[in-house]
Design a protein around this ligand. Sequence first.
Ligand SMILES: *Cc1c(COP(=O)(O)O)cnc(C)c1O
Length: 386
Amino acid sequence: MTERTLLMIPGPIEFEPEVLRALGRQSPSHMDPDFARAFGRALKRMRDVFAAPSGQPFIVAGSGTLAMELAVANVIEAGDRAVVASTGYFSDRMGSILERLGAEVEHVRPVALGDAPDLAAVEKALASGKTKLLAITHVDTSTGVRAPVQELAKLARDRGVLSAVDGVCATAGEAMEQEAWGIDLALTASQKAIGVPPGLALLMASKRAIEAHRARKTKVHSMYLDWGEWLPIMDGYERGAPAYFATPAVNLVAALDVALGHIVEEGMSARVARHDRLASAFRAAWKALGLRLLPARAELCANTLSAVYYPAGVDASFVGRVRAAGIVIAGGLHPDAKTKYFRVGHMGVLGASDVIATIAAIERALAKSGYKFDLGAGVAAAQKSL
Ligand SMILES: *Cc1c(COP(=O)(O)O)cnc(C)c1O
């Protein structure tokens, strides 16, 4: 087996060499003026990527789960009511985080795995008590379902409820205009569509969210999560005046500056269109191969990953066969169907040839697994789509 593989999982993804080079350099002092400029630039570039010109960006060392906590721990106090629009495993995780903060949590679940909750049901839940926050998972990585974020955020905004969007598997790959859509908290992590190795939690907070933090009656329990500690730091780096609260992950921040530079250069609309085009090619291939998707309907299919059921007679050992063909994909994650499907990440720097190589490897693995189909049909369908 060759050591050279293509990483096609829903994060970490393939990274640009220029991004990786930033990690291999000697760590600068966190007070270094050049580093401060890079940090400040990364914060400003986040506003472009999130389409949040007046948002408050945070870059904090941690994974996506920390970004989730950093978002909600600052606005939720014990006894607050929160509604979770559930689309899978990561929505449930947000529910658990909210419960640990002492919130009273109502989950609005879809009728079946692979569906999204009914908008009317979410509206009813928001109205059935004094609700502080609506949590939405933009793309739930366990199901490949993309929630109707714009519509859900509007339901919250219309009722004066804060909205929090977990964009860990979506931001910089799916369309999202934080300010135009009225989203209060948008969060992601470095290792997914942003294209930086794991280790950074990214959050953009609206003015309303910052006001909600200021209006708290109780202190944020965790010092590391408290925006009150981080705001002067983020502000300082943006002004080129570095200050210390907790040592930033300096190499990762430098790499983030490079990656966000690439994203801004490509342009968010072009980037979203590219993800859409490549995801369509994957969907054409799944259809031509006779494979069924987890998302219940076409409009729920994410552009950042595919969640695909194994055909009859094929089991989870399939993932290892694809790995032997040089492409790394992921198995299932949702506890209700973990062993019944696989996931292919398609976000970040990938291009048409990566799509073709991935489908070709999957076809060979399907053939080796004894699945009967027309070898090459998936690749042909993807080629036509591209
Ligand atoms: C990956 C992911 C997370 C968790 O991120 P970690 O970096 O693994 O902590 C949260 N939400 C979504 C939607 C994700 O895809």
